[in-house]
Design a protein around this ligand. Structure first.
Ligand code: BV8
Ligand code: ZN
Length: 251
């Protein structure tokens, strides 16, 4: 079994020759910021049915219930800070010529950490919109106490601006993410179970185009057998270690 130090050094050897890196993150990168994941044993889907909470039909049949879940998540987010995993990606973005950050997360923690160009495949719970006319709305309070309300233009219900199951991803974002996956030399999959499509297609696209695939996840996932190297550590622990070795070698 290769020592962790050697594994990190081998990865850094490859990273030093990369000018185009794509990163896909999932709920796991925010776990160390105190944000629940979905499919971990204590995750949201262990307590709730995703179709009831993360689908348009679910919202329409019980808007108060779904709205209050997103307000609860906003309340948790209100007291959460980016962790060293988010912050390490901000530093990599400064060093690597073409650094493409794609996230499935809706918590805005990459932006809060300082990442400049974040592709949000599944939208953001910081933003809302009218379910009928798509007019954008913003929460006036972020402590989870914003009430369910209606659009002043068309009287439609105001919903979180996220992508629910059965809804199409924003076209520009998924197109950019797919192009970045075809172009990159190295693809990081960080903190995602690789269960949700079309996001879960991205590492396969990268692999088919010759990219080196790195998975950072304490658990085995549907992507693991495809990965060229896996770090079975929390991202907030291992990313700073990789960054440190990388920065030692570029200066
Ligand atoms: C769509 C709302 C077209 C936002 C969510 C094939 C092609 C296309 C579609 C499908 C397909 N097959 C099935 C579908 C339908 C569906 C789908 O993929 N279903 C799956 C479950 C089979 N996809 C869709 O509906 C998508 N839309 O394709 O439109 C279409 C239209 C009509 C009909 C058909 C197709 C929409 C997908 C978005 C759904 N929205 N939520 C929100 O409220 O957040 S889902 C939810 O899952 C979140 O969005 C989340 O972003 C996403 C992915 O979850 P992960 O981020 O991976 O989180 P998870 O908990 O699963 O895993 C966390 C991981 O972290 C774990 O592995 C854990 O080990 C690890 N971890 C834990 N701690 C750490 C860590 N890692 C590192 N460090 C740590 N410390
Ligand atoms: Zn409206």
């Amino acid at each position: 079994m290769m020592k962790l130090d050697d594994k990190i050094n081998n990865l850094v050897d490859i990273l030093l020759n990369c000018s185009n890196v794509t990163v896909l993150t999932g709920a796991g990168i925010s776990a160390e910021s105190g944000i629940n994941t979905f499919r971990d044993p204590d995750g949201y889907w262990s307590k709730f049915n995703p179709q009831e909470l993360a689908s348009k039909d679910g919202f329409i049949s019980n808007p108060e219930f779904v709205w209050s879940w997103y307000q609860y998540r906003l309340k948790v987010l209100h007291s959460s800070e980016p962790n060293s995993g988010h912050k390490s990606l901000v530093e990599f973005e400064k060093h690597i010529k073409q650094f493409n950050l794609v996230t499935q997360n809706v918590d805005g923690l990459h932006q809060k950490a300082g990442s400049k160009d974040v592709i949000e495949l599944h939208g953001s719970i910081v933003r809302n919109k009218c379910i009928e006319c798509n007019l954008p709305y913003h929460n006036s309070v972020f402590d989870g106490s914003q009430l369910l309300s209606k659009c002043y233009l068309c009287n439609g219900l105001i919903r979180p601006d996220v992508v629910w199951f059965g809804e199409f991803l924003p076209e520009e974002e998924i197109n950019r993410a797919e192009v970045y996956s075809t172009e990159c030399e190295l693809f990081f999959s960080i903190g995602t179970s690789s269960e949700v499509y079309p996001a879960a297609n991205l590492p396969s696209i990268a692999k088919n185009c010759g990219a080196f695939i790195v998975e950072i996840n304490p658990n085995f996932t549907s992507l693991s057998s495809l990965a060229d190297v896996r770090f079975e550590y929390p991202s907030g622990e291992i990313l700073p270690k990789i960054l440190e070795k990388y920065e030692m070698r570029i200066t």
